[in-house]
Design a protein around this ligand. Sequence first.
Ligand SMILES: Cc1cc2nc3c(=O)[nH]c(=O)nc-3n(C[C@H](O)[C@H](O)[C@H](O)COP(=O)(O)OP(=O)(O)OC[C@H]3O[C@@H](n4cnc5c(N)ncnc54)[C@H](O)[C@@H]3O)c2cc1C
Ligand code: SF4
Length: 328
Amino acid sequence: MKPFGYLRVDSVDEAVRAAAGQPGAQFLGGGTNLVDLMKLGVETPRVLIDVSRLPLDRIEELPDGGLRIGATVRNADLAASRPVRERYPVLSQALSAGASGQLRNTATTGGNLLQRTRCPYFQDTSKPCNKREPGTGCPARDGAHRDLAVLGHSAHCVATQPSDMAVALAALDATVRLHGPEGERTVPATDFHRLPGDSPERDTVIRLGELITAVELPPRRPGAHSRYRKARDRASFAFALASVGAVLAVRDGVVEHAALAFGGLAHRPWRARAAEEVLRGAPATERTFARAADAELAAAEPLRDNGFKVPLARALAVGVLADLAARD
Ligand SMILES: Cc1cc2nc3c(=O)[nH]c(=O)nc-3n(C[C@H](O)[C@H](O)[C@H](O)COP(=O)(O)OP(=O)(O)OC[C@H]3O[C@@H](n4cnc5c(N)ncnc54)[C@H](O)[C@@H]3O)c2cc1C
Ligand code: SF4
């Protein structure tokens, strides 16, 4: 590991000022991803600005009935929080499906959103990788890509975004609050992660020196239920091969509202707009759910070894929607 500096800050302003004044600075949340990548030589910050103890560890009610989740709220606390379990079960379930109990006790909301891909070439500095070193190539395209993308990939990168939580946030139409050298701004969770295009080194739209301060959830829709389901190689401690976060409201047997997002399929949580179009106003039947999944997954372009993800994602989506519809 290369030597690095360490700075603990007490306020958001101090964190942002410190990052602006230090080339090579990186924020440190729980460190469960960043420190691993430093040990592997993938990340080489000159200084770590420890934001894990900032006073951003509260889950607050918003006047409109939504929730504000501070960036340093730990994944385990968020999953266990009563308003989240009662009003946003998809989020609680997604968090609980990720990592392990120990990791969830340490990992923060901000760090979870910015965790890097688990593509094996990205984590191996002896291999070329456009995401790690732009212009060196993408060995995953013809190499080990069983776990990688089937939607929205490019010639430059076929990596997947690994966060379960981010998939639930996309389905919930959450908003990410950022504070940077140019002030504050908000970004919809659906636009926070990017597709790789020709610049896969950028995972998200976050700008240099910006700190995530919170994630905000809109009020729960009356009559809507939500759920997260994940398929993986083993029951714990494993990333999604495919996952689905869904919010569904059915009235008199007809879909009134549907929001669906896939995980494990793309470089960002994949909000399934084509599927939602099919669902809205249609009878809440398995036939509709299958048509909706097919409409979305028609855009899939599987690689040599990951075609299995398409029927897997379809089965997850149909199953989750059918379970949610059965609750009405
Ligand atoms: C064995 C293992 C299994 C795992 N399995 C899963 C899984 O199944 N599903 C899943 O979703 N995750 C999984 N994870 C990943 C885990 O969820 C992440 O490591 C964790 O959420 C990262 O949070 P952190 O606070 O530790 O981030 P850190 O490691 O501290 O930081 C991650 C990144 O975020 C940046 N950062 C941190 N906080 C902020 C902030 N407030 N503003 C701006 N930038 C910030 C850092 O600079 C860094 O770039 C697994 C991890 C391990 C080690
Ligand atoms: S898929 Fe992306 S992260 Fe993986 S080797 Fe290719 S460029 Fe690197």
